[in-house]
Design a protein around this ligand. Sequence first.
Ligand code: SF4
Length: 386
Amino acid sequence: MRPEGEALRPAEIPLFRRKLMQWYRNHARKLPWRGVTDPYRTWVSEIMLQQTRVAAVIEHYNDFLRKFPTIVALSLAPEAEVLAAWSGLGYYRRARMLHKAAQFIVQELGGALPTDSVGLRTLPGIGEYTCAAIASIAFGESVAVVDGNVERVLLRVTGRPQVATAAGRAFVQEQAAVLVPKKKMEEGVNAAGDHNQAMMELGATICLPKNPLCLECPVYGLCVTRGEHLTTPRTAQRSLPVAFLLHLRKSGALTEVLLHRRANEESLMPGMLELPPLSQDAVTAREPLLRLRHSITNTNYYVQIYAIRSAKDKPLLEAVPVREEALEWVKTNRLAEYPLTGLTRKALQRLDVMEMRKVRLEGLDQPNAAIPSAVEETDVVGFDSF
Ligand code: SF4
């Protein structure tokens, strides 16, 4: 076996690829964006998968494509409609960038996605990771995709310590590049794209951040650490209590809910609708209608929803610290058409104010299911997912 810290030897590369692909063919999860031939669909899936769990993406992917089946359809849609379809996925800047990129492609590129990583990199919202993923998966380009899962696999296989330096990143990038098959896409066989997806799948389902399943690992024989590599310590989570108001009223046979439209100048979720916020002082000694936890990046939000149910609850309305013009009544049967924040959507569904989509998530609610940790330079990093 190689000493720890050394790159895979040239003679080990074909064996690594072969073992990996044998395993992938038999164990890859069936995901709706796997095996698609339309590059637009691959692009949408890659943007949705940034910083978002696979199970959450599955919930939205098919609906989004039903609403916007082509780049042209997406480019012609009003931004509010695109944000509404994105509601619940978080990081709404991704949806805005996707929409802008679709408009750019239609207006400037004749409606077709660029077919290589260099061209893709010029589009809004597409950074190094995403352009490599689309170029290899949709167009068969022999370019390495390095997300957090791939990095972890390569560091463990080689026994390299994780160092956030340019040299550390270059080592991982070089090792990933050496491993990608150099064959062009031929007769529907996409060696590079399949290899990249297999590497990510291995990190997402076997070489888990905590407790890797080494005995099930196809590259066990080539790995120098086998579960003994120092796993990346997780960033400490912080907790934050937040409170919101639920105010419903009748409008003929229908029901309306009061929502707050966030200002366009807000750095987080501008223009999106949420339940009106309440200060913690206003809710002391009151019992919430609903409690839920909403986690975004490193923050656990402990959310309390308070309802106006009788005259004694009316002071809550006066305690909403936003301008009256920013409040609006929305019919509950039209909520799905509005760009709601993820938290508001979740709360309204739990409270049966908004209908919940029925989606089957067969075997995909594993906690570590493909959480890409690559953060694009073009992404906002933070809690843009309320
Ligand atoms: S043997 Fe274990 S540590 Fe090594 S790559 Fe496989 S799962 Fe990861």
